[in-house]
Every structure is written in structure tokens, then in C-alpha cells.
Design a protein around this ligand. Structure first.
Ligand SMILES: [Mg+2]
Length: 374
């Protein structure tokens, strides 16, 4: 058994109306997707997606001719490539999908088999006015989601806090609320500094008073001491780690007690193989493991399998903020969009691998020479 070919293609879905992502000063007029396909000599193909994989072509030769089931070896090579060239983890996702197809097993079972069912929270992405945020909150509640994540970063903190207060007034405790402060990292063209510990503390106390379930990325990703002090000062759960790269950085976050909620994303950090181990360590430490997954449906599916198969978690991120961020836009590479049931759950099938079906016509129609942010 051997890997015979790796194919990387780029795609862009035009977005009209644009998607004004709250964490990006530039509204997005297209949604780039990079697809990785790994073929073996029996004709099976594994699918992955996530980062743009620029420069990965130079590293493909380290996988060609290799046993596709030697996942530990591939993970170690990808960890080395990660250091030299960026985030190659869509390749890991494709290899797990391929392994599942070769073995006739769904990935959730390969990673641990704990469950094939997982609950989702609605993750919003747009800074809407208060009344529209309340409408969104009602809508996601009626749709069965147990929780909604809102974004901070409006012109003033009082405007952000007014959104939380208005949703609480309208829905009480019927919907758990999370707040993403988006201070962990920036887009390349956004040079604003992250919050200081004093700023984060001020916001944390207000969110605590509103009974917010977690406060996400209140500080720069590397401000371990700030995170530690913040956690000591407040009782609200602190979440982070969505773009953290290295195992030693996660260890630091764990041993220094920086976070209550760990959010690494299998398509951005350590892959399914690496995060499967981290998920168990996080759970063993009595903390919550629930991946970030703001990308297309392939990444979402990878994180669903990883998490459902390994640990108990209250809920996982489900990007949903129509009309600008609809299921159809998010999952355009797939024949069918991933959706939740009336109680907010997603049930993973027995189909081998990740159980994905690509929409080849849509992919052909959106083919692009490269994938760009905005
Ligand atoms: Mg986030």
C-alpha cells in the first residue's frame, strides 16, 4: 500500500453581499478554499482542507511512496514542515480520511470511538446592531442551539456590552452566551495592539456579571502571565488557543493554568493525530476541549470527528450567521451542507473516513489559480 499522488487545488466563492467578518477590517468579497486530495495505489482518495498550503508542493515528495496508514510518521513529518513552512495540517486531515476509507471505519471511531454525536453552538461573525443581534439570538434558540457566541470589537465597549445585555433581557438563561474578544491574533493588515491585562479584566468583570459562559481570547496568544492572572482574578471561564501552533505552547498554557477552555483547530494546529492526544490531556486536567472551526465544512467535519470520538464537551463551534455566513456558503465544497438537528446535535455516520461528498461541479466552477484572503 502506498501514497501515489497528492493534488492541491484552490477555489474562490464570490460573496455578494460580502461577509464583514468582525475580526477583519476588510469585508470579504470571496471565500477561498484550498483542497488537498491524497491518492493511494488502490484508487482510494482522502480529502482535507483548511490553510492555503502555499509552498507545500516542495514537501510532497516526503509522502509519495509511503504507507498511507503510517499516521504517526506522517504527523511527525508535518510537524517539521509546520516549523519550516506554515500550517500543513489539511494534509493530515486528508490522511485520516484516507486511512478511514482503507480500514472501512469512520474517523470518529479511529480516534477513540467515544461517541458519534456532538452538540453545536452557533458562532456568529458579524457586528450587527443590537436589535438584529437579538433577532439572531432568538433564531438560533428556536433552531435548537444551546448557545450563541457573539463578537466584541465594535467602536466602543459599551456597544458590545449592550448586545449581551439585550440578548439576556430577551432570552434570559435559555441560551448560553459566549463572547469572543479576538485579541489572540490579527489579520496581516491589522496592526492594532491586543488588550492589556487591565482592559481584559474590566471586560471580564462585566461578562461575569452577565453570566457569560466563556470569554474567548481576551489577550494576545503568548501572554501566558496575563492569562494566568486573569484566571485568578475572575470566575468566568477563559478560552483560547485557536491558532496556537506547537505542543510546547499548549503545555505551557496547561501547566501555567492559563485557560479553562482549549480551542485548537485540527486544520490549523497539530492535525487530528496531534490534537487527539492533546484533547485527552486537556480533559484529564479537568478542562474543556472544544475546537475552533471557522473555515469550510471539511474542517468542521474533521473537528467534529476528532472531538466526538475523543472527549466529552458541552458543545463545539458551528459557524452560522445568515445571510452573510450561511450554511450554503460555508460548505460550498460539499454536496450537502452540514446541519444540526432540532436539539442542536450533529450525528456522524458510519461512512468510512470523514464521510464527505464533494460537489465537483461547484469546485470546477470556483476553481482559482490561488486562494487569497480578501
Ligand atoms: Mg475565536
Amino acid at each position: 500500500m502506498a501514497i501515489t499522488r497528492i493534488e492541491i487545488t484552490h477555489h474562490q466563492l464570490p460573496l455578494d453581499p460580502p461577509f464583514p467578518a468582525s475580526w477583519d477590517p476588510q469585508p470579504r468579497t470571496r471565500f477561498p478554499v484550498t483542497l488537498v486530495r491524497v491518492y493511494d495505489d488502490s484508487g482510494q482518495v482522502g480529502i482535507g482542507s483548511g490553510d492555503a498550503m502555499y509552498g507545500f508542493g516542495d514537501f510532497q515528495r516526503y509522502f509519495l511512496g509511503q504507507d498511507p496508514l503510517d499516521l504517526e510518521r506522517h504527523q511527525a513529518v508535518l510537524a517539521n514542515i509546520e516549523f519550516h513552512a506554515g500550517r500543513p495540517w489539511p494534509m493530515d486531515v486528508a490522511l485520516w480520511d484516507l486511512a478511514g476509507k482503507i480500514l472501512g471505519q469512520p474517523v470518529w471511531r479511529l480516534v477513540g470511538g467515544r461517541s458519534n454525536r456532538i452538540r453545536a453552538y452557533a458562532s456568529s461573525g458579524v457586528h450587527r446592531p443590537v436589535a438584529e443581534m437579538v433577532r439572531l439570538a432568538r433564531h438560533v434558540h428556536e433552531r435548537g442551539f444551546p448557545a450563541l457566541k457573539v463578537r466584541f470589537g465594535r467602536p466602543s465597549l459599551e456597544e458590545d456590552l449592550a448586545v449581551v445585555a439585550a440578548i439576556r433581557d430577551a432570552l434570559g438563561d435559555a441560551l448560553a452566551l459566549m463572547v469572543d474578544c479576538n485579541q489572540g491574533w490579527r489579520m496581516p493588515w491589522d496592526v492594532r495592539p491586543p488588550w492589556t491585562l487591565e482592559q481584559a479584566l474590566l471586560v471580564a468583570r462585566r461578562l461575569e456579571a452577565e453570566g457569560v459562559y466563556w470569554m474567548e481570547e481576551p489577550l494576545h496568544r503568548g501572554d501566558y502571565e496575563g492569562y494566568r492572572q486573569l484566571r485568578q482574578a475572575v470566575s468566568i471561564r477563559i478560552a483560547g488557543g485557536e491558532m496556537t501552533r506547537e505542543p510546547y505552547e499548549f503545555r505551557e498554557l496547561l501547566t501555567r493554568d492559563c485557560l479553562d477552555v482549549f480551542q485548537p483547530d485540527a486544520v490549523c494546529s497539530l492535525g487530528i493525530g496531534g490534537l487527539r492526544k492533546l484533547a485527552l490531556e486537556v480533559a484529564q486536567a479537568g478542562k474543556i476541549f472544544t475546537p475552533h472551526t471557522w473555515g469550510n465544512g471539511i474542517g468542521l467535519m474533521a473537528n467534529l470527528h476528532l472531538t466526538a470520538g475523543t472527549v466529552d464537551t458541552p458543545f463545539i463551534e458551528f459557524p452560522y450567521d445568515p445571510p452573510e455566513w450561511s450554511l450554503e456558503r460555508r460548505d460550498y465544497p460539499l454536496r450537502q451542507a452540514i446541519d444540526t438537528d432540532e436539539a442542536g446535535y450533529i450525528t456522524l455516520s458510519e461512512a468510512p473516513g470523514l464521510g464527505l461528498e464533494l460537489d465537483e461541479d461547484r469546485l470546477a466552477a470556483t476553481a482559482s489559480r490561488q486562494a487569497t484572503f480578501a
